[in-house]
Design a protein around this ligand. Structure first.
Ligand code: ATP
Ligand code: MG
Length: 255
């Protein structure tokens, strides 16, 4: 479980987050919404320890993230998959290398294990076919594994980003705008993928999104940031029925 308590963060004299309190329960899918620049990515970066709070804290399974040293943080991050805003694949690495980056960083050198793990997650995100014989599969795998990000479509890059986050069976997976820039059909496929992973692998998921269709498709709970505050927190029926002006403006504009 993730607990965010009285979290505040400023950059210079600009207060980005003020006194945020939020719980994310195990197995839950939380969508974070809010206008561009309201601090969604900043909040997520606190959860993974990429940013330090000015005050307050984030705890994950009872570890206080900001109090961890590098080694402890490294261990906590093993339980987390992070799909960065804009996929953020390394252009000079091929799909295989991009996918197994986390394992390479933790010192894994066994090629067979790396390849098997990559095949598993790339199949899970639908980039490798599941119903073909093994020699056909190996052919498809070799072609995909050797592709560079520049040879992939936007939707495929996002899938590789999700596959990379899935490596090592994380308990938590965080997506920063996984469908931004995709057409509606591909967005729906990525939403379905996120929902399937949450259901099948029982991962606890946080998704930052502007896309209210995605929210309605996948969220158990919705949190809205506005003017540095947690302006709304609730279920999908609750947000749909909200009479709050800020909430209404947001959900009507993005529908
Ligand atoms: N490392 C940093 N140093 C200084 N300012 C930062 C830093 N990171 C973010 N900011 C500022 O904090 C504010 C919130 O940024 P953030 O990236 O969290 O927005 P966001 O809600 O994710 O927006 P978007 O929907 O456009 O991705 C912005 O004004 C941004 O310029
Ligand atoms: Mg952002």
């Amino acid at each position: 479980m993730i607990q965010i308590r009285n979290l505040s963060k400023s950059f210079g004299d600009k207060q980005i987050l003020s006194n945020i309190n939020l719980d994310i329960h195990l197995g839950e899918t939380l969508c974070i919404i809010g206008k561009s620049g309201c601090g969604k990515s900043v909040l997520l970066k606190h959860i993974v320890g990429l940013l330090q709070p000015d005050s307050g804290y984030v705890s994950m399974d009872d570890s206080k993230i900001s109090a961890l040293d590098q080694k402890q943080l490294f261990n906590v991050r093993k339980c987390i998959g992070y799909v960065f805003q804009g996929a953020a694949l390394f252009d000079s690495y091929n799909v295989f290398e991009n996918t197994v980056l986390k394992l390479l960083e933790s010192g894994e050198k066994d090629y067979t294990k790396l390849a098997n793990d990559a095949k598993f997650v790339l199949s899970a995100v639908g980039l490798l076919p599941e119903d073909i014989n093994s020699s056909e599969f190996e052919k498809e795998w070799t072609i995909l594994a050797n592709k560079k990000p520049s040879e992939l479509s936007g939707g495929m890059k996002k899938r590789v980003g999700v596959a990379r986050a899935l490596i090592g069976s994380p308990d938590y997976i965080f997506y920063d705008e996984p469908t931004t820039g995709l057409d509606p059909v591909t967005s729906q496929q990525i939403d379905d993928l996120i929902a399937n992973l949450a259901n099948q692998l029982k991962v606890t998921s946080i998704i930052i999104t502007h896309d209210m269709f995605s929210v309605y498709n996948i969220a158990d709970k919705v949190a809205m940031l506005h003017d540095g505050n947690l302006h709304f927190y609730g279920s999908i029926p609750e947000i749909k029925n909200s009479n709050d002006d800020v909430v209404r403006e947001f959900i009507e504009r993005y529908q």
